[in-house]
Design a protein around this ligand. Sequence first.
Ligand code: CMC
Length: 432
Amino acid sequence: MESKRKATVSVEGGGSSEFPVYSGSVGPDVIDIRSMLSKLGMFTYDPGFMSTASCNSAITYIDGDAGVLLYRGYPIEQLAVQCDFLEVCYLLLKGELPTAAQKQEFDSMIGHHTMVHEQLARFYTGFRRDAHPMAVMVGVVGALSAFYHDSLDINDPHHREISAFRLLAKVPTITAMSYKYTVGEPFMYPRNELKYVENFLHMMFATPAETYKPNPVLVRALDRILILHADHEQNASTSTVRLAGSSGANPFACISAGIACLWGPAHGGANEAVLDMLLEIGDVSRIGQFLAKVKDKNSNVRLMGFGHRVYKNFDPRAKLMRETCHEVLGELGLENDKLFKLAMELERIALEDEYFVSRKLYPNVDFYSGIVQKAIGIPTSMFTSIFALARTVGWIAQWNEMISDPEQKIGRPRQLYIGPKRRDVVPITQRK
Ligand code: CMC
């Protein structure tokens, strides 16, 4: 990277030094502080990475103030309307949208990797039937490392590509199996003549006794959920994948680490938490009471599905998901559904409430995606797994980019130590 400008850091009573400033293609410039320790004998302090770029990346760009989300330069609004999920996967992995021939080849290749090793099915029986699907996914996706020894050389681009295709193709199968296991139904093998989303819905909802005929509106809605969640630059789970991968860990182990991070309610668990919250509120008449709890600093209750670390004016994904939400509920005749009406009233009240307006808290994508998934028939406990399914492609693209980056180093943050200074161990008999 070339630096045309310098930033000077001067420390009161501690000298001063210059650091290079780099510009990306869009977005804020960055100050390269890698030499700060050697030049000034200091670290920077930035818990939560509020002002720290942990890497350079050419995959996804977000402008949180303007509500912009670009995958490889393409606005999410265009991708969500003009492309299907596998087209977006191709774009994220390879950097360009596919031609019709490339798309056909890619679809067919992913379609032919959908089955998992029979032995992998045995892992499921080790879990309790009431295990959370994300707990199962963390385990089973990690276990893929034990099955594909032929593609674990992370320095071989061909190995990395095969692992990427396997993950993309097999995660829907593993996700559907984790659902079938919890409801006590037999696993359904993939049917490769079906498209990616149809195949997933078939593995989720068909049984050996009955086929599943997917409604095209619901297929399109789930496809859109996958597109909107496919990547989101250096969020917590993606950073987890990169950090795990920086040690040279294999891709299956890294994606499993990403799934574990995504599970948290402040990240991917939010759509499940939205539904739980709506059920807890229960009735439009109790919205005021619930919002009073949210505003009470001692309550620790948050309005789930509202607010975002990066989007401070609106979440462009939320706009698209809101549209899909209305479409799906219209198609299924659920506009008067109690939960949906409650969600719409909550949205209306919160958007006018001074507490949320002054803090720039707007509905995020998860406020609506849970409602859509519920309407499709996906149980609440599966919502975060669907997010993991969608995000797998983003994680792989980011992991692959990191491994290919000549500047890549093992991730090793520093700290501001505030514990005891050196002291001697007192023999146990003399301790008070
Ligand atoms: N409900 C009530 N108050 C909130 C909320 C909320 N959902 N989010 C933030 N605040 C308040 C917070 O209490 C603080 O108020 P004050 O300044 O008076 O102390 C102020 O807004 C700033 O909050 P913050 O915690 O500094 O904001 P953050 O950027 O660190 O948090 C967030 C972002 C997403 C963790 C948070 O907004 C949140 O917990 N939202 C609910 C969970 C959720 O919906 N998460 C899904 C995010 S979208 C999916 C994804 O991309 O992963």
